[in-house]
Design a protein around this ligand. Structure first.
Ligand code: GSH
Length: 337
């Protein structure tokens, strides 16, 4: 009898272990008073520290939006810079709460590393070459040497593209973005390849950006989005709905500039978004005004896009696929109701 009880007790204890270890991220973040966000090691426009260690960028703003929603303060974020190769393990081990680092949603990553909470940026892989090379299309790259970063979908797509077009290439791979771009600049390879948004970003690091051109071909789908641990549905919901709320705010015309006025709106969708009606924030484990805080401190999706990577920024990328569905793009968020 005793033995049976002991066995049952051990089974019960073991079955509690994974739940306790992997759930409760929301509570852990609130108790700690800060969000630990995994970002890149330095990708201007996406996540980049200045000389004083202040981080800015599109992916950084997503971390800030989560902190505004959960903690009421967008500045309560600790950034953990991670290389492409080493980005997933800290999420699994619990060292970070969230990975917000230009990471492509693929089936193998979804199965092995966590849940993608949405697509914050629809991207695709491209190529950059020196203008002096006089190449106008990626199909003219037979025999080229190509610089890329290890641990990325980039390496895999590169192999697919050259194989499917019966072209030869040599890949020279590096562990960091800086090493990759330096090698390209030093002439160690003819071509630099990564997601197009990152080509725009890395181009800014070159001594003479105008000597280089991004070729027209986009060879893959790179849906980039934030990743959370498996087994914590509450946290998954929070992260998912922060993204959706920022998109819905743009769609409804609510921004950092007019949020106070918008709270007086009689439009039901705006009232629900801003917590004037309903208790959607509470249902997520937050407070009623969760979206108001995101908008005041960070802005809606369009404001974040424009400021960091859009035509008003140094990168100057057009919205393209990332336009709202109401404006000819594919950004579409489920409704708050
Ligand atoms: N989206 C692709 C590529 C992501 C990636 O890491 N790209 C490099 C190329 S620029 C990068 O961001 N490096 C910045 C860093 O290592 O900090 C993926 O998820 O594998």
């Amino acid at each position: 009898m005793k033995r049976v009880n002991l066995v049952l007790g051990v089974i019960a204890a073991l079955s509690l272990v994974p739940a306790a270890a992997s759930a409760q991220t929301l509570k852990a973040v609130k108790d700690r008073g800060s969000l630990i966000c995994g970002v890149s090691q330095g990708l201007p426009g996406f996540s980049n520290p200045d000389d004083k260690g202040n981080w800015t960028g599109f992916d950084v703003d997503f971390c800030r939006a989560i902190a505004a929603a959960v903690l009421g303060d967008a500045s309560k974020v600790k950034y953990t810079p991670l290389s492409a190769k080493d980005r997933f393990e800290p999420l699994k081990s619990g060292a970070i709460d969230l990975l917000s680092r230009n990471t492509t949603w693929t089936i193998s990553r979804d199965v092995a590393y966590g849940n993608f909470a949405g697509v914050t940026y629809y991207d695709g892989q491209g190529f950059m070459v020196r203008k002096a090379l006089k190449v106008n299309s990626a199909l003219e790259l037979n025999g080229a040497s190509v610089c890329a970063q290890t641990g990325t979908t980039t390496e895999l797509n590169l192999a697919d593209f050259f194989r499917s077009n019966n072209m030869k290439y040599e890949v020279i791979a590096f562990g960091t973005a800086d090493e990759t771009v330096k090698a390209y600049e030093a002439g160690r390879c003819d071509v630099f390849t990564t997601d197009v948004s990152q080509l725009y970003s890395e181009k800014l690091k070159l001594t003479n950006p105008n000597d280089h051109v991004i070729l027209p071909e986009v060879i893959s789908k790179e849906p980039l989005g934030p990743l959370v641990r498996h087994g914590d549905d509450q946290w998954f919901d929070v992260v998912k709905w922060v993204n959706f709320a920022m998109l819905n705010a743009e769609e409804l015309g609510v921004s950092s500039k007019n949020v106070d006025d918008a709270m007086k709106s009689n439009q039901p969708e705006i009232r629900r978004l801003l917590g004037v009606e309903g208790n959607y924030g509470e249902q997520l484990g937050l407070t009623k005004d969760w979206v108001v805080r995101i908008l005041k401190q960070v802005g809606n999706y369009g404001e974040v896009f424009d400021r960091n990577v859009g035509t008003g920024s140094k990168l100057g990328i057009s919205r393209g696929l990332n336009r709202l569905w109401t404006k000819g793009g594919i950004q579409y968020a489920p409704p708050i109701r």
